[in-house]
Design a protein around this ligand. Structure first.
Ligand SMILES: NC(=O)c1ccc[n+]([C@@H]2O[C@H](COP(=O)([O-])OP(=O)(O)OC[C@H]3O[C@@H](n4cnc5c(N)ncnc54)[C@H](O)[C@@H]3O)[C@@H](O)[C@H]2O)c1
Length: 342
């Protein structure tokens, strides 16, 4: 495929994160043009497109995918739509960036990976933490042996908002939130495979929704085949703002990443010590969200994906599904080499 300059991207899904990606593609990424926006909600694509100076919108993503002048798509629609859209885009020869989770079942993940491989198009998944400078520096420290052999790993996500608990789907905490932490742990512990998983979860933030399946608080322990043990935790109610941190402890040191502070300002007064914290994920990860799309544009040009690949998204999904099985069985579950729970 001959890639013109600049690369022309179509956005599929213009909700919360799609609108942010639209702004990035339109304004923050040299070498990229936001060429079209698709969203079935009346007026949704038009609103985002107008703010970004784009004049082409579609209600049906299939029409955007069929457009011959679009080189790649950014899929930011709800998770259940991802596999079919990845397959359709790949079959049309488009490079694909898909938000996490890439799929909700391993079968669908395999379908998406196979379609991209068959078409020979790049497939990148939106695990933005890999592009956060502190997480990338921590990963480089582990990769270059600075902390020796990883033994204990930790990753956490504390989301500040549970505005509408009735809209949260039952396994969201694993499939949509902790899946970021699972990718981070797998990436930090590169080359190792998860073999055992145990999850505990509850509705501590909105107990009145527990009956309908909401889990808003969870802790997960993972054992890897290189002996390392990892803990991931999540909450949907961090009163102090978005909080995402990671840590790897090895036999010759430790590396950490993540900081709740919005700035390095510290206020010392009669109330003690005060700092500003981040309220939104698009504040905390502004740079990472932009850089992951810049990397996607680069992948369209080079053919090489530097972010999370489809196989990485499948490995993270396998952990999320193992958590679900662990909760349902109330037990430690064993994960096979194929990612399936035994
Ligand atoms: N990487 C991150 O940090 C991050 C952050 C937020 C959301 N996400 C992911 O992005 C995805 C979207 O989340 P959101 O919070 O923006 O959701 P949202 O509900 O705000 O927006 C989704 C949009 O997709 C549209 N849509 C529905 N079906 C569609 C289809 N078939 N084709 C095109 N558009 C369609 C909806 O009308 C809506 O406008 C989810 O998978 C979510 O997990 C990732």
């Amino acid at each position: 495929m001959t890639i013109p300059t600049p690369v022309r991207i179509g956005l599929i899904g213009s909700g919360w994160i799609g609108a942010f990606h639209a702004e990035s593609l339109a304004r923050r990424i040299p070498g990229a043009v936001l060429a079209a926006v698709a969203d079935p909600a009346p007026g949704a694509a038009e609103g985002v497109a107008a703010r970004c100076g784009v004049d082409r919108t579609f209600l049906d993503a299939a029409d955007l995918i069929a457009a011959s002048d679009i080189d790649g798509v950014v899929i930011a629609s709800p998770a259940f739509t991802h596999p079919d859209l990845v397959v359709a885009a790949a079959e049309a020869g488009k490079a694909v960036f898909v938000e996490k989770p890439m799929a909700l079942t391993l079968e669908d993940a395999d379908r998406a990976i196979a379609a991209a491989a068959a078409a020979g198009v790049p497939l990148q998944v939106g695990f933005n933490r890999r592009f956060s400078r502190d997480f990338a520096a921590a990963h480089a420290a582990v990769r270059t042996g600075r902390i020796g052999t990883p033994q204990l790993l930790r990753s956490l996500t504390r989301d500040p908002g549970l505005a509408n608990p009735s809209a949260v789907k039952p396994w969201t905490i694993f499939l949509e939130t902790l899946i970021h932490d699972f990718d981070t742990l797998n990436w930090f512990n590169a080359g190792a495979k998860a073999v055992e998983v145990v999850a505990l979860a509850d509705a501590l933030v909105a107990p009145e929704y527990k009956e309908s399946g909401l889990l808003d608080t969870a802790v997960v322990t993972v054992r890897y085949d290189n002996g390392a043990i990892a803990v991931a935790e999540a909450s949907f109610s961090a009163a102090y703002g978005y909080d995402v941190r990671g840590e790897v402890f090895g036999d010759s040191g430790m590396v950490t990443a993540g900081d709740v502070r919005a700035t390095s300002m510290r206020l010392y007064d009669g109330d003690g010590l005060t700092a500003d914290t981040m309220r939104l994920n698009v504040d905390l990860f502004h740079q990472a969200y932009t850089d992951e799309l810049a990397a996607f544009v680069e992948a369209i040009r080079s053919g090489a994906v530097s972010g999370a690949r489809g196989e990485d998204a499948r490995a993270a999904l396998a952990l999320a599904l193992a958590c679900r099985a662990s909760i349902e069985r109330g037990a430690v579950v064993h994960v096979g080499a194929d990612g399936r729970v035994a």
